[in-house]
Design a protein around this ligand. Sequence first.
Ligand code: SF4
Ligand code: SF4
Length: 141
Amino acid sequence: MFLAIKKFILAKILRRKYYRTGKCNACGKCCRQIYVKHYKHVIQNEEEFKKLQYLHRFYTYLKVIGKDETGLIFECTNLDPVTHKCKIHKNRPGICRRYPQEELFTMGGALSDDCGYKMEPIISFSEILEKTRKRKISSNP
Ligand code: SF4
Ligand code: SF4
């Protein structure tokens, strides 16, 4: 019942297509390969990034480690390189607490193979198939 309500809120109110299952196993991989998206734009150069750093403390934690066809790639300086744990876990920003979100996919990203979370479609493929079948029957009685 709780899951049904959660799915309803995510799909109908928040217009989401996926919901999160599983839990974090603290592998730290998502803190090492980060793209930064501001509104619909993925940050491409350090000039753009410097301006963003005034907007939220999360950005002040990041350092550039590379660039690819999507944009700049960052690593978080709060990740302990030995334990792979977050050094500010209790005070980590909301964006870290909410990870992963479906925006990850719209940026061409994916969950790491080791990630304990999964992003499940709110409406399964079989449900979509069933709805399409019913629609066809009602339009061609
Ligand atoms: S603040 Fe902590 S959880 Fe957030 S990206 Fe950095 S290391 Fe990861
Ligand atoms: S990649 Fe997944 S399991 Fe690993 S730290 Fe990030 S959220 Fe947790």
